[in-house]
Design a protein around this ligand. Sequence first.
Ligand SMILES: *Cc1c(COP(=O)(O)O)cnc(C)c1O
Length: 449
Amino acid sequence: MTIPLTPVLSSLPMTHSTDLNETLFERAKRVIPGGVNSPVRAFRAVGGTPRFVKRAQGAYFWDANDQRYIDYIGSWGPMILGHGHPAVVEAVQKAVLEGFSFGAPTEREIELAEEIIKFVPSMEMVRLVSSGTEAGMSAIRLARGATGRSKIIKFEGCYHGHADALLVKAGSGLATFGNPTSAGVPAEVVQHTLVLEYNNIQQLEEAFALHGKEVACLMIEPIAGNMNFVRASVPFMQRCRELCSQHGALLVFDEVMTGFRVALGSAQSVYAKDIPGFKPDITVLGKVIGGGMPLAAFGGPRALMEQMAPLGPVYQAGTLSGNPVATACGLATLREISKPGFFDALSSKTRSLVDGLKAAAAAEGVPFSADCQGGMFGFFLMPELPQNYATVMKTDSARFNTLFHGLLDRGVYIAPALYEAGFVSVAHSADDIAQTVAAAREVFKLLRS
Ligand SMILES: *Cc1c(COP(=O)(O)O)cnc(C)c1O
């Protein structure tokens, strides 16, 4: 007589004679560089085989082996309602039947622009584009066109898409401009980009003292989500605003990640609570406003936005800009997240995850810090929250990788790199969060120092 095997819990990894993710990865690598269409998906930072996603619903996705994961990436931010929200699916299905793309204007583009402006009042006009990269690149062109200046300031650890002028790291000092971080970017293209340390007020003041009159714009992620999760301090943000105004430079908020994610009014509304009257000059949006479809935007005051073609001299265009299916998806998403109580519910879910992880790490004696805002969070295997990129990069990557794979093996999918933020959706249940915290506690035991 055979003894029945204990049933495998859904949160435990299934054993397969063939790993279908591995099979797909091998096949992908033959026709796609590195097997992926965006580098971080390749798991190179953490090692192992990327999970190929078959389908997703609510807070979960399933990989090629039909293994379920609690998803804390949510397509890197857009899926704030969880996957397959019925109102969004319905809006997209209806839009698809009406046509995929026209190359002529539609009413839905107006509706989406109106909806964005309603919640982010620093934007009086918006231009819709198809990716955050495109929006950031266009915002810089607008800033340069409107000011007649060439130089831009960015901060180490902030990502604004992969436009040439933004793929740059700090030069040897404040008097020098940046060095390209990618092959294929000529040094001349980044010679106008000055890279400063995030949250460093003194360096910011020195940079404006030296170059202020030549600066077209200062571009910043107000809550940086591309070096894990690092907030710009209120005094630092206030100084950014003052120095830009004093020197006639534009303050560009890259809210591609934080927009409609950290609050309905985006990160700028969070800073406006501490800095009366605070607003940026240009805002760049993406991710959530497309609800998972390729859609992004940039906008600002009317007089500035009227510098854009066809009204003004700053050229910018896009075959698929304001795509009717993408706008339907984005609009349905914004309508759900603007319902009363949405952000309170989302914030308390995120907060309970962060508090649970902190308590689990403390119980196991693992140095840990974490922070969150709205539906975005970050954590570090270090006792204090870092304030800049250099400190983030001091995180022990071997320990992070143990945590990453430990969670993955237990059915919890977090970003496969320690310098990425995490995302909670409204579809994550208290039970999903409790399971995540329990899984993390098991892994923290392995990390006890
Ligand atoms: C994701 C992101 C971008 C780039 O957006 P894409 O749609 O990937 O081109 C730009 N800025 C920030 C802050 C982002 O998080």
